[in-house]
Unconditional design. Structure first.
Length: 264
């Protein structure tokens, strides 16, 4: 029994020596197989997300030391502008202006005349129903510099706002004097009576037939725009209607938000 066991050991030893001398590659592979079986490689689940990094950081992390967060970019300043339309409403031009504003999703301010409010009530109602601001531009487009303060108030402003209120339930307290003409004593009187006076800061001159081509109107807006500008236009001609889409495109490209004058 002892001799048999010794003989078996001798035979195994002889085979190992033979394999290492005669078949070194096979012996090495056997050894590698044993190492692989005793140290299996790490399995990575396929469903885990793949994380890509720009560079490897071989330095060990320092406890409690976090990388500084990048500062958030400064917000862009809010830029607002008000498009205003005088001398409406009318049956032809005002509806076309409203169509453009609706399609472009732009809110504007309409300084209306009392006589025209009474003549075109359905257009006045449409202005209000589509979210635009109705404001007072007098009843007859009289020159306020030639009227007494009482005449301005009782003959021009109050009848116009009352006509708007009958149609919409809204009584405008914002006014623009025709031609921008108003004496200083009238300014004080109207402010003390609760009126807000709004003129303009950018005149498109669409009212002037000598310089109101659509291209000239757009170029004037492009060169004179500024934050919180009040842009003066009118409901009285095709040049305004032709220029309006271009004006909106230019100002929107410059980052402006269109608001009524009471939101500037």
């Amino acid at each position: 029994m002892v001799r048999t066991k010794a003989a078996g050991l001798w035979l195994a030893l002889t085979l190992i020596i033979y394999c290492s001398l005669v078949c070194p590659a096979e012996a090495e592979q056997l050894y590698l197989n044993e190492l692989l079986e005793s140290h299996p490689h790490i399995q990575v689940p396929k469903e885990d997300p793949i994380v890509r990094t720009l560079e490897l950081n071989l330095e060990p992390p320092v406890p409690g030391l976090e990388p500084e967060a990048l500062p958030a970019p400064a917000p862009l300043p809010q830029r607002k502008i008000a498009l205003t339309f005088d001398d409406g409403p009318d049956r032809i031009n005002t509806p076309k202006i409203l169509d453009i504003l609706r399609d472009e999703q732009v809110v504007a301010t309409f300084f209306v005349l009392g006589e025209k409010v009474e003549r075109y009530p359905e257009v006045t109602q449409r202005i209000f129903q589509e979210g635009h601001l109705l404001a007072n531009h007098s009843r007859t487009h009289a020159d306020f510099a030639e009227l007494s303060n009482e005449e301005i108030l009782f003959l021009e402003l109050e009848p116009t706002s009352a006509a708007v209120e009958r149609l919409t339930g809204y009584y405008p307290r914002i006014m623009r004097p025709p031609y921008g003409s108003l004496r200083q004593d009238s300014v004080v009187f109207l402010r003390e009576s609760g009126w807000q006076i709004v003129r303009w800061s950018l005149d498109t001159f669409d009212w002037d037939s000598t310089r109101n081509s659509p291209e000239e109107i757009i170029e004037r807006v492009k060169t004179q725009h500024h934050n919180k500008a009040v842009v003066l236009m009118h409901c009285n001609g095709p040049a305004t209607i032709q220029a309006l889409p271009g004006i909106i495109k230019v100002l929107r490209g410059l980052g402006y938000e269109f608001v009524p004058v009471n939101q500037l």
